[in-house]
Ligand binder design. Structure first.
Ligand SMILES: *Cc1c(COP(=O)(O)O)cnc(C)c1O
Length: 362
């Protein structure tokens, strides 16, 4: 058996010809920054997400920081973020001058509930980062009903659909990542911000270009953070395939369940009414590292991604209250294990994984 944890190349193979042609066109046109492909991709991506505007930026981490800045987040403000996420979800906050405030997650959905957000809200809370972790869809409407703007971290959720729409169109503003291994991955770094608010979209465009709208007057200290033309040319081709890839990911998850994986480990629970395009298929078990070792012997790759939650990372010590208790985060961090999933995983691979998990736990 040989089942990799993820595979982002198989589905690219049949597209190589058109990708190479598109890249060649960019090199010949010679416009590498904010050219026609970026503009076209922004339009196409906004449509795919269901938001009015999309603005290309350099990566998902800066997408979060710039989205927060566009909302006016700054020194003295607090931004709530789940501690069980990829590190960048929280790393994006301090560069704005605001303080990260960590909230808990539900260890079955890996998402923060509105109650968990409410528990750490104060009068200084300026925004909440709702992470659509692993591709599951966060309860954005319920969180926004608390009266604070939600910045969606949709880095892992390209292709997912929620009860109220797609990640990126659910909150006030949203950050996306096109890091190569993501559900919609470029051939390098890339990111985007989506919003349906005209004024926020203008702010974002100003901030990504050094804080200037007209390239003459610099009204804010901004960023040099653009999606480049080569990546946009690639992404335009890949975006057309995203619905097919997303459907494959969600049906793979369904097959895992039908093959009896849920009798062996705790399966991730899709949030109410959602069809996640699982970026990572993350199960829970009492001794995940032991299971990972047995699976490795059987040629199956698996990984615990966030064993140490963000609030316990050394860089976050100054924002870690001594009495902070995040029981759901502790459970998720200690028990989770990502099993193989991709847009090209086969029925044989899925049944090999289930069989190997069964053999390891028996
Ligand atoms: C990947 C990721 C990011 C950061 O995106 P980059 O493009 O790598 O900067 C942020 N949040 C989450 C949840 C991610 O998975």
């Amino acid at each position: 058996m040989n089942v990799p944890l993820f595979d982002s190349t198989t589905v690219i193979e049949p597209l190589r010809g058109s990708i190479n042609a598109a890249l060649l066109e960019v090199t010949e046109a010679g416009q590498f920054i904010l050219g026609p492909n970026v503009e076209a991709f922004e339009h196409e991506f906004a449509q795919a997400v269901g938001a009015k505007h999309a603005v290309g930026v350099a990566n998902g981490t800066e997408a979060l920081t710039i989205a927060l800045r566009a909302l006016g987040v700054g020194p003295g403000d607090e931004v709530i973020v789940p501690s069980f996420s990829y590190y960048a979800s929280a790393e994006a906050i301090p560069p704005t001058g605001a303080t990260p405030v960590f909230c808990d997650v539900d260890p079955v959905t890996y998402l923060s509930t509105a109650d968990q957000v409410k528990a750490v809200m104060t009068e200084r809370t300026k925004a909440v980062i709702a992470v659509h972790l692993f591709g599951n869809v966060a309860p954005v409407a319920e969180i926004e009903a608390l009266g604070v703007p939600v910045v969606e971290d949709a880095a892992q959720a390209a292709g997912s659909v929620g009860e109220d729409g797609r990640p990126g169109a659910l909150g006030t503003i949203a950050a996306h990542s096109f890091y190569p291994s993501k559900n919609l991955g470029a051939f390098g770094d890339g990111g985007a911000i989506t919003t349906s608010d005209d004024e926020l979209a203008e702010q974002v465009k100003m901030l990504r270009f050094h804080g200037s709208r007209d390239r003459v007057t610099y009204e804010a200290v901004g960023y040099n953070s653009r999606l480049d033309e080569m990546q946009a040319a690639v992404l335009r081709i890949l975006l057309r395939e995203l619905p097919t890839w997303a459907a494959h990911r969600s049906s793979a998850a369904q097959r895992y369940s039908e093959l009896g994986l849920g009798e062996l480990v705790t399966l991730p629970e899709a949030s109410s009414g959602s069809v996640p395009a699982w970026h990572l298929y993350v199960v829970a078990t009492d001794q995940p590292d032991q299971l990972a070792a047995s699976l490795a012997e059987a040629g199956i790759e698996s990984r615990g991604y966030y064993r140490r939650p963000i609030h316990l990372q050394p860089s976050m010590s100054e924002w870690r209250p001594s009495d902070l208790s995040l029981p759901g985060t502790e459970i998720a961090a200690g028990r989770h294990l990502a099993l193989p999933i991709s847009a090209s995983i086969t029925e044989q691979q899925l049944s090999d994984v289930v069989e190997a998990v069964g053999a390891a736990l028996r």
